[in-house]
Ligand binder design. Sequence first.
Ligand code: PEP
Ligand code: MG
Length: 877
Amino acid sequence: MSKKYVYKFSEGNKDMRELLGGKGANLAEMTAAGMPVPQGFTVTTEACTRYYDDGRAIAPEIQEEIMQNLTWLEELNGKKFGDPTNPLLVSVRSGARASMPGMMDTILNLGLNDVAVEGFAKKTGNPRFAYDSYRRFIQMFSDVVMELSKKRFEEIIDDVKAKKGVKLDVDLDAEDMKQLVVLFKEFYKKEKGEEFPQDPKVQLMEAVKAVFRSWDNPRANVYRRMNEIPYDWGTAVNVQTMVFGNSGSNSGTGVAFTRNPATGEKALFGEYLINAQGEDVVAGVRTPSPISKLHEEMPAVYDQFAEIADRLEKHYKDMQDMEFTIEDGKLYMLQTRNGKRTAAAALKVAVDLVDEGMIDEKEAVLRVEPKQLDSLLHPQFDADALKKAAVVGKGLAASPGAACGKVVFTAEEAKEWHERGEKIVLVRLETSPEDIEGMQVAQGILTVRGGMTSHAAVVARGMGTCCVSGCGEIVVDYDKKCFTLAGKTYKEGDWISIDGSTGNIYGEAIKTVPADPSSGPFGRFMAWADKYRQLQVYTNADNPRDAKQGYDFGAQGIGLCRTEHMFFEGDRIKAIREMIVSENAEERAKALAKIMPLQQGDFEGIYEEMKGQPVVIRFLDPPLHEFVPTKEEDIVDLAKEMGITVDRLHEIINGLHEVNPMMGHRGCRLAVAYPEIAEMQTAAVINAAINVQKKHPDWKMVPEIMIPLVGEVKELKFVKDVVVKTADAIIAQSGIDMKYEVGTMIEIPRAALTAGEIAKEAEFFSFGTNDLTQMTFGFSRDDAGKFLGYYYDEKIYESDPFAHLDQTGVGQLVEMAAKAGKATRPSIHMGICGEHGGDPTSVEFCHNVGLNYVSCSPFRVPIARLAAAQAAIKNPR
Ligand code: PEP
Ligand code: MG
């Protein structure tokens, strides 16, 4: 039997989301549960993939299948496509496997043409409504399918209103709508050189193609990259009988959640608009009423909806986000899906569902997106500073957190200002999906229009970005780049602060303080995560402050202390520069003598903060170009310090110049050339550990020394011998018995390839996936950003391999090296300390290849803890 590309809603179920997309699968599930769903059919994600494989064309057999289903739908409804007396109208909507709100396209009222509109007018007895629907359809079809500018249509409407002397769309009557249809069609013909398509079957096929195409539009591509949704998933298309929320005052449309998506509180939460259609609520163009008001306006409909909402939540065992339409007092369900929610709400819902007996702890752990925790870990306003600040306006508390930044008005400016290192708040009338990149870099988002389910609110919540929406008192002037609020004008670049938890707006900068994630159900939830994970989570920290932060966030050790980083602060850089430009052992010894006490002090501070937990200290790995002085004043300073002439120092610096510093004299190569560096660092580590051990006899200090950038076992052995000789001598003298370990980073492909040999010397491995990625791909970690954009555009790479581990290539090296290391030395312990250690999908990979720990920056520790738990629950090992 040939493959089936189209499924009626009555033929699917919720487990078919890969094929039918989330929307299609849930429409099928609701249909099966006997809920009032306008019927229709789903064109599968496989049809979308096939569309792309066939060079962006819908194969004849798929077209035929669509048409057969259309005939079925006509019979079911007793209506016909394009019928002069009783025409069938449908909506055509995208629906990918993972929900991508607002990213792809939707077309409503499809099936209207010059004849059908007459039939529709007669059938409904409402010509204004019929012609309004037709003009909306022409507008949407032209925009989505034909890519004509939306703005031009709005201008035509404005002209008609101006001529009539009215302000609002509702003041236009049937004749005006008829006139709009004529004007729209004229405009269409002028632009496209052909008449507006009158054959509904052509309209349908073009619309399906447009939805497939929208899978590849720029905003969908950005969203996918952000959310790691693979390109080859494709989207399904749902063709559904239209119901009309705009057919009069006994009709309406709305969106609602079964729990509050901002706080997780258990109560129906949402909003609706009377006499409105489809996207009006989500687009935030009119400000809707809260769902509780529906209880007063249409009690029976409200009760029915509340009952369905409750059933759906129990059925899916998760908070639902539903779209509904009321047509002439009759309720229809248009969609249900697991609702997007803030991190705070996600934790509360997960914990509440366990308490309500709906799910178990493991399931709860799987319910929270690890990356979402980020927003709980981010700043809030300083309470004292906030007391002094004056509220100048209020909008809806759309996405919690505090933001303080300079005002910008466009997504482009947001990006530019952000690249210049500015903190910004993006102020918009309303946001649309094109704004996504600007929203991503903004500290906060403030909109004039739109409710809690508007684009700005939904997207900001998903990103964990603070957002205040729907502040109607703001008057924005995009041309003059300013807005006024409470009698004051704010220009581009002025500071404002917004509170996404209260909706308050402040016309000034307010200090922020770090978040306190231990409040609310965070602790209880994270304890479940810790119970189920098998990976240890360490932190990368180069100073006592970061060590403390990591420890407080639950790190079980330090996986990477980059010793050269200690020298970025204050005056310390001079000491390390002096060491780098030293010409002989004597000068170097002088410089090292300055460095040694600073290092030892830092190590003691770090050991104290970690309270006896493992701490891996990596020996110097300074890519020279990051440290050699370049500013003339620094060079003059350093020459003076070293007692040499400025010219001489220039000569030395020129001599150190490397064509390829990332592959230059760094890592263990420094210690091979100058073993005294390794001696000094060993002494600093061991002395610090001994001092701390003496102070805290109950801690078991086992210092771990890590040699970087090893590619050959003999170079590791060479440096290790220096370490062992120095350490043993110091320990023998100290009078205490202390064990220590020497290990290495696996960050050069050759090290991965010869890991079995290297493990003869290394007591532990730490995968440095930053360098390993750089050297496996052969592109510079500092420069790849300049050209990776082209690779994303061409779908050669779908995501940044420095952010998400390339499991196929680099991952293979990791897996192979881990196996070989273990085969040589079964007791070897292994972790990862590159940036990938805090990336959820990379953490899952580390779990699967059997590493012992991941190490990441302090703020990502909770994310890694949760990602590790999810990996263990999904793939027990
Ligand atoms: C690495 O290369 O992955 C690593 C952790 O070291 P660095 O980033 O310091 O080179
Ligand atoms: Mg490295």
